[in-house]
Design a protein around this ligand. Sequence first.
Ligand SMILES: C[S@@+](CC[C@H](N)C(=O)[O-])C[C@H]1O[C@@H](n2cnc3c(N)ncnc32)[C@H](O)[C@@H]1O
Length: 325
Amino acid sequence: MDPVFQWFGGKRMIANEVWKRLGKVTRYIEPFAGSAAVLLARPEFQGREVINDLDGYLVNFWRAVKADVEGVAAELVSPISELDLIARKRVFVRETETLTERLKNDPEWYDPKMAAWWFYGHSASVGNRWLRVHEMPNKFMPAMDTRSISDRISDLLAVQRRLVDVFILCGEWQRALDSEKVMFNGSDTVGIFFDPPYGAPRTTKIYADDSFAVAADVTRWCLEHGDDKRLRMVVAGYAGEHAELEEAGWTTHSWMAQGGHGNRRADRSNDNRTKETLWISPHCQKIEKQVQMNLWVAVDNDPSLSEPVDIAENHDLSVQAASCG
Ligand SMILES: C[S@@+](CC[C@H](N)C(=O)[O-])C[C@H]1O[C@@H](n2cnc3c(N)ncnc32)[C@H](O)[C@@H]1O
């Protein structure tokens, strides 16, 4: 299943490669879930699945969809208007702390209207303006979104069914991993996909909770736990970010993210997308060495890449991350 909204740094494009390495695990943990693209792309699932993100709006959306998809859908039915986007974004800027506190204080609390407005903003506006929760832009360009509201409501119903057995946490990433009980609970094959904010310094905050120190903390955690035979771990980042893992016997898989709004430049002057890398822990599934397609050739042959492209057309925003990574 594809993610139901686009997310900065989303990993849909590479999710199948992640699952080839994790294989059939009986517990799956995604401490930096974002759009949950990797969870949703899981080919067959069993056992407990846990996702976590620090962003309260994101978690409110997941909780509301899981608990009251009709309530969310009812609020979605409205024409797309720039003034609505501005007014709703104002509410988000104002209410962020309160909403996150409520989510933390009550595991059953959620707000379907806020979830619908948040989803509507993601679907109906161009760029990262919606995602940057502390920023209040004075204009919104409508996205040329090809999916209708009723398509989107069907997406939500499908995702609600998929989430029935998923445990959703909202907090610091280590919470999903800090106890034997949460992490294993008797399971002897635990798959973990780490996708922290890119570690490269950047001047603009992208996520609501954004820090490039997190990537280094993830490296440390992985070094401490890499020898545990029960764990199959994959870490995503830019080449060089987790080099210490390679010294500890982890292998790498390089890939190139698709062109996005700011990155599909004819001169490819923004090259972070060529640095995308997966680090694969020693106890992951071994896969046959494959001849990799030369993605540069694929990009060269695509004439659309020199045109400015609306973000909503892109399947995945991972390249966007390149501009801040
Ligand atoms: C690169 S994105 C993950 C994208 C995701 N894999 C996807 O496919 O959509 C990183 C995510 O980590 C979250 N985040 C940032 N700092 C965090 C922290 N300290 N603990 C947990 N989540 C965090 C952000 O809110 C963001 O959603």
